[in-house]
Design a protein around this ligand. Structure first.
Ligand code: ADP
Ligand code: TRP
Length: 322
């Protein structure tokens, strides 16, 4: 029996290379070893979007992206979160055993408060819906970027609390975080994130890739001067895209045998090498949106069936069925 893997990504704008290395690529690598469930977290995306057209477009685009990077619907159940509305019921039940101070400690909520935003209840309750996503499918492992680790801990805590109060129902999930891509930097040296506008889009064309890499600030060291690779944002990206040549590039940095211009050119070449076949596959898939929607519907049926079965146990344990 394979262990169960589950993860989700919000359909909010175009994925960037850190979404790819931090999360998406793992889904593809792991789909042979696990019984895999990957969903588009459109309920979660609603905490930050009020435009239905944008939501529809981003959702279909993201489904196409997943297929383009190699997620195989024969191996992975791919679905829309909203096709499993049982998660909102489970989130409600979890809400009733969760305290406000506990949720107020979540990093994402504190960040939202720190930005002086009017925080909606959905944002406050975000970790509980995520716990429901994970626990309703009996997930053993949840591959995510490091920034989502706390959310997986909320899911574990919530599972434990429910089991303690109502009797054993939920497995305790483990986060799966790749050390080397913990937090990948963006073009400005801060964590790459859509909210900082410092991203390199995964499906960017050659010209867009070139201009984002060329815009990365570097220090003023000349071609012949020794450079510190660890302090260089271009080198940080080489770690993702230039693994074979990495020792050589590092040596040239230390020996003052490479200029930033050449380093950037090399990086651009390697990014294009990786991205071009994904782009080509995407261009094919985008021609058949109905096939993509069918994959999501079929995946939704499977995920919903499992969720219904799980909710039967939850409803019995909580006294909702008489
Ligand atoms: P963003 O921060 O750009 O809005 P999301 O929050 O949509 O990205 O993240 C989607 C997935 O990609 C999450 O699993 C997240 O951990 C991962 N991820 C995002 N940014 C990075 C990064 N800079 N380094 C590593 N992983 C990342
Ligand atoms: N919060 C995750 C993110 O921002 C998306 C997500 C929602 C998720 N539900 C999940 C990830 C369940 C893993 C498991 O990227």
């Amino acid at each position: 029996m394979k262990k169960i893997l589950l993860s989700g990504v919000k359909p909010t704008g175009r994925p960037h290379i850190c979404n790819y290395f931090g999360a998406m690529k793992q889904f593809v690598n792991l789909q042979d070893s696990y019984q895999s469930f990957i969903f588009l977290a459109n309920y979660h995306a609603l905490t930050g979007t009020e435009d239905a057209k944008v939501m529809e477009k981003d959702t279909l685009d993201l489904a196409i992206d997943y297929l383009a990077i190699g997620l195989d619907p024969k191996k992975t159940t791919i679905f829309l979160q909203s096709d499993v509305p049982e998660v909102t019921e489970l989130a409600w039940i979890f809400n009733c055993i969760t305290t406000m101070p506990y949720l107020a400690r979540a990093h994402a909520y504190k960040d939202a408060v720190g930005k002086n935003k009017e925080v909606n209840v959905g944002t406050f309750d975000y970790p509980i819906l995520m716990a429901a996503d994970i626990l309703i499918q009996d997930a053993d492992v949840v591959p995510v970027g490091a920034d989502q680790k706390q959310h997986v801990e909320y899911a574990r805590d919530t599972a434990e609390k429910f089991n303690r109060i109502f009797g054993h129902e939920f497995k305790l999930p483990e986060p799966l975080i790749l050390e080397e891509v913990k937090t990948v930097v963006g073009t400005d040296g801060r964590k790459m994130s859509k909210s900082y506008g410092n991203t390199i889009e995964l499906f960017a064309d050659d010209q867009e890739i070139r201009s984002s890499i060329m815009s990365i600030p570097t220090d003023s060291r000349g071609v012949d001067e020794a450079k510190n690779p660890e302090g260089c944002n271009v080198f940080a990206l080489h770690k993702l895209f230039s693994s074979e040549e990495l020792p050589e590039i590092k040596k040239r940095y230390l020996d003052g045998k490479i200029g930033y211009k050449e380093s950037k050119d090399l990086l651009i070449e390697n990014i294009i090498k990786l991205v071009a076949p994904l782009r080509a596959r995407r261009a094919e898939i985008v021609k058949s949106p109905d096939d993509v929607k069918k994959i999501l519907r079929d995946g939704g049926d499977i995920a919903r069936e499992r969720a219904r079965a799980k909710m039967l146990g939850v409803r019995k344990k909580t006294g909702l069925i008489i």
